[in-house]
Design a protein around this ligand. Structure first.
Ligand code: NAP
Length: 109
C-alpha cells in the first residue's frame, strides 16, 4: 500500500503533464464561475483565475465566507505576476443541496 502511494506520488511529480499557474494565458474578458470558491481548491482556483484577469464569480452558500475569501485574495495575489483587482471577484449565492437555490443562482447569473 505504502509503496503504491509512493510510486503514484513520484509519477505525479515527474510526469511531463505538470501544469503551473504561470502557464495560464491572459483571461481578460473571460468569465468564470467557481463553486466552493471560499476555501480549498475552489479558493486556489479563484485566485489563479483572477490573477490572470478573469472575472470570477465565487459561487458559495455563505456571503460572509465569500466576502472573507475576497478580502484574503489581495494577500495571496501578491505572489502572482498579475495582481487581480478586487472588483473582478464577485459573490454568487449557490447552495448545491437545494435545487431551487441552484436554479435561482443560474437565473441570477
Ligand atoms: N483537497 C484535495 O486534495 C482534493 C483532492 C481530490 C479531490 N478533492 C475534491 O475536491 C472538492 C473540493 O475539495 P477541497 O479540499 O477544496 O474541499 P473543501 O476545502 O472542504 O471545500 C469545499 C467547498 O465546497 C463548498 N460546499 C460544500 N457543500 C456545498 C454546497 N452544498 N453548495 C455549495 N458549496 C458547497 C464549501 O463551502 P462552505 O465553506 O460553505 O462549507 C467549500 O467552499 C471536494 O469534493 C474534494 O472531495 C479534493
Amino acid at each position: 500500500m505504502g509503496m503504491l502511494v509512493t510510486t503514484r506520488l513520484l509519477k505525479t511529480y515527474f510526469t511531463p503533464n505538470r501544469y503551473f499557474h504561470d502557464q495560464i494565458s491572459d483571461l481578460t474578458g473571460k468569465v468564470a464561475i467557481v463553486t466552493g470558491a471560499n476555501t480549498g481548491l475552489g479558493y486556489a482556483t479563484t485566485v489563479a483565475l483572477a490573477a490572470h484577469e478573469a472575472r470570477v464569480f465565487l459561487a458559495c452558500r455563505s456571503k460572509q465566507r465569500a466576502d472573507d475569501a475576497i478580502e484574503r485574495a489581495p494577500e495571496i495575489k501578491a505572489k502572482y505576476p498579475n495582481a487581480p483587482k478586487n472588483s473582478a471577484l464577485e459573490f454568487l449565492e449557490l447552495d448545491l443541496n437545494d435545487m431551487n437555490k441552484t436554479f435561482q443562482a443560474a437565473k441570477s447569473f
